[in-house]
Design a protein around this ligand. Structure first.
Ligand code: GLN
Length: 193
């Protein structure tokens, strides 16, 4: 089945996700206006800088339309800053951004020495040798009861799924290994079927 996957195109690693979605045999659209959410079957919120992305989401009127998109049950995949945008709770902040996925995240949590690094990950149901690229990455501190933990690195949760929501700390779009994106594309196909 052909599915159309949007990549929120306000800020961050947008092109790389488009390339990765296309490599998985799905159609990709860069979403720059809320109206475009109506034509897509699933959405990727990329990495970048969550505070900047949030500012642009407010400026272009994305907050309510994105919550509505979620209410329709459509799959959403947040990577790095995108995971922070999806989370219900952010350590040290009073309010979340979209507040959709039942996880608590902590920003920039791997410390200064480890601003950016690669690590081989075992991701449940996806790959046992996946190279995760971490850039000033958050991690998931705590998950709600219907959240499935997919991967950990040094005892920290770095990938999880809750039904229609998928989130990871790293950047799955920055290598030529498209298995994580393929997993999301499959989620979108299942949800559309
Ligand atoms: N540190 C960024 C933030 O807090 C996330 C970094 C990334 O997306 N690579 O938003």
């Amino acid at each position: 089945m052909m599915v159309k996957i949007g990549v929120l195109g306000l800020q961050g690693a947008v092109r790389e996700h488009v390339r990765s979605v296309e490599a998985c045999g799905a159609e990709a659209v860069v979403v720059k206006k809320p109206e475009q959410l109506q034509e897509i079957d699933g959405l990727i919120i990329p990495g970048g800088e969550s505070t900047t992305m949030r500012r642009l989401m407010d400026k272009y009127g994305f907050m309510e339309p994105l919550k509505q998109f979620a209410v329709q049950g459509k799959p959403m995949f947040g990577t790095c800053a995108g995971l922070i945008i999806l989370a219900k709770r952010i350590v040290g902040y009073e309010e979340p951004h979209l507040g959709l996925m039942d996880v608590t995240v902590e920003r920039n949590s791997f410390g200064r020495q480890r601003e950016s690094f690669e690590a081989e990950l075992s991701i449940a149901g996806i790959a046992d040798d996946f190279v995760g690229v971490f850039i000033r990455a958050p991690h998931i501190v705590e998950v709600g009861e219907d959240v499935e933990i997919l991967a950990k690195h040094e005892d920290r949760i770095v990938a999880a799924r809750q039904g229609q929501f998928l989130g990871c700390s790293f950047h799955p779009e920055l290598t030529d290994d498209h298995r994580m994106t393929q997993y999301f594309v499959n989620m979108v196909r299942e949800s559309k079927a």
